[in-house]
Design a protein. Sequence first.
Length: 254
Amino acid sequence: MKKIGVGIQLYTLRDDCARDFKGTIEAVSRMGYEGVELAGNPGLPASEVKKMLADNNLKVAGNHSPIDDLQNRLNQVIDYNLEAGNRRIVCPWLPEEFQKKGADGCREAARILDEVGARLKEKGFSLSYHNHSFEFNGKEDGKYYLDILFETASPDHLKSELDTYWVQHGGCDPVQYILNYSGRIELLHIKAMLNDANRSFAEIGAGILHWEGIFQAASQAGIDWYLVEQDVCPGPPIESARKSLEFLREQGLV
């Protein structure tokens, strides 16, 4: 059974990165993370990003690129990620123009992403789609919008970056969705939810998600990376990142 890498989506540390990208990368490395997922271009040349990560023994697990960039500026996306040493591109969300169309919007987006994914594959990249919860807001012929999106695109051209929090937020079971898309999930966003009125974000290990089941399913599904993400933190995000990693270490995953 292959070892699944443990990284962090830098959106969690977005304010820290904006103030001091190099210092934040150094802190992530000292904690014991094995890699990072970029939340787009951090405002630095790709060569600098690659060097900072290499100097701190961190791998780049992926990078987020909006669908508009994928459609209209794909060559720039390719060039930046090639130079940064990244080969996994992720469409992080769908704009309102797609969301408001429900199943049809997901089909439309899937056709775009399928074409982009085919072009990226020719260049040695993979393309994934990162879900939120709107994809579970409705069904067509008994299928959630997320399933329609992935049925419309070829598995060869579009992978899944499944987000555990948003699957739970949408009223579904993250464990079952990991198993449903076994072999198609390269990157798994592990994100916790508290059992409060706001369904607040939390550190990994807290809240209501079934972590033992999630990790067991992930080990069967061919996933390459666990990526810690916490959209909102109760205190300094770097401390939330540390707590999440400590829990993963206790589970023997680091």
